[in-house]
Design a protein around this ligand. Sequence first.
Ligand code: PAF
Length: 282
Amino acid sequence: MKIFNNKKDLRDCLLEHKSNKKTIGFVPTMGALHDGHLSLIEKASEKNDIVVVSIFVNPTQFDNVEDLKKYPKTIENDIKLLSAASCDILFSPKVEEIYSENITSEKFDFDGLEHQMEGKFRDGHFNGVGTVVKTLFKIVAPDKAYFGQKDFQQLQIIKKMVKKNHLNVKIKGCPIFREQDGLAMSSRNIRLSKEHREIAPFVYKTLKKVKKKFSHKSISEINKWLENQFKKQPLLTLEYFTIADEKALETAKTKEPNKKYRAFIAVFAGEIRLIDNIRLKH
Ligand code: PAF
C-alpha cells in the first residue's frame, strides 16, 4: 500500500494508473476504521482496479469544537487494517493540504435535503461535508465512490452535489454494518462508556419494532409509541425520530403508496450521539 500526504504526489500516481486504463474506487473516511469501512473497501475492490482510501478529519463539518477535538484518531491501527485489506493507496492529508489558509465551507444548495433531520441539529454540517467531498473528488477523480447508508442523509446529499456539479463519479450506497448485538458501527462507538455501550443496541431493536408496526399502525401512533419507549430509558436521550420518504427526506404524516420510506433516529448515549435508520415497507 502506498501512502500520500500530499495531493500532487497522489495525483501523479493516479494519473499513471489512469493512463494505463485502470479504474479508481474511492472510500473517503475520517479514520478510526472499523469493519463497516472495511466492507466499503471490499466493495470498491470488487468493482475497481485501484482502491484509494482517504483519512481526513474534516474540521468544517463539526459544529462542536469539543466533538472535533475528541474525534477518535487511530492512524497506526488504521494503516495496519488498510494494509491487510484491499486498499492500494491511502491519502492522509493535513488540514492545510485540503484548505490552504481558508478553513471554511462552500455554501451549497442541496434542494432542501440539508434542512431535514441532521440539518436541524448540526449547523453547517452538510456544507462542510459537501466542501470536503467535492475537494477530495477533484483530487482523486474516482470512477466510483462508496458511502455507508448509516449516514443516509449524507449519502443523498452527496448524490445531489455530484448531480448539480456535473461531477463524473458514480456514488454507491452500501448497507449499514452492525455489531452482533445490532448497534450500527461508527467510529464514535469506541467512546461509549460501558453502561452506554450495553444499552446502545436498544436503538436498532426499537427501529426493528417500528418496521413491524409500519404495516398496520399510523405514523402518528408509531411516533407516540417510540417517544414513550425512550422516556422509559434513562440512559438514552432521544434527539429526533422521524419517518421520511427516501427521496426528499421530508417528514411524513401519512403513507403514500408510491413513496419509499425510512425511519431515522438520533439519540444521545451520554455525550455520544448515535444515529441509525431502517427501510420500511407498507
Ligand atoms: O462519513 C464520513 O466519514 C465523512 O462525513 C466523510 C464522508 C468522509 C466526509 O468527511
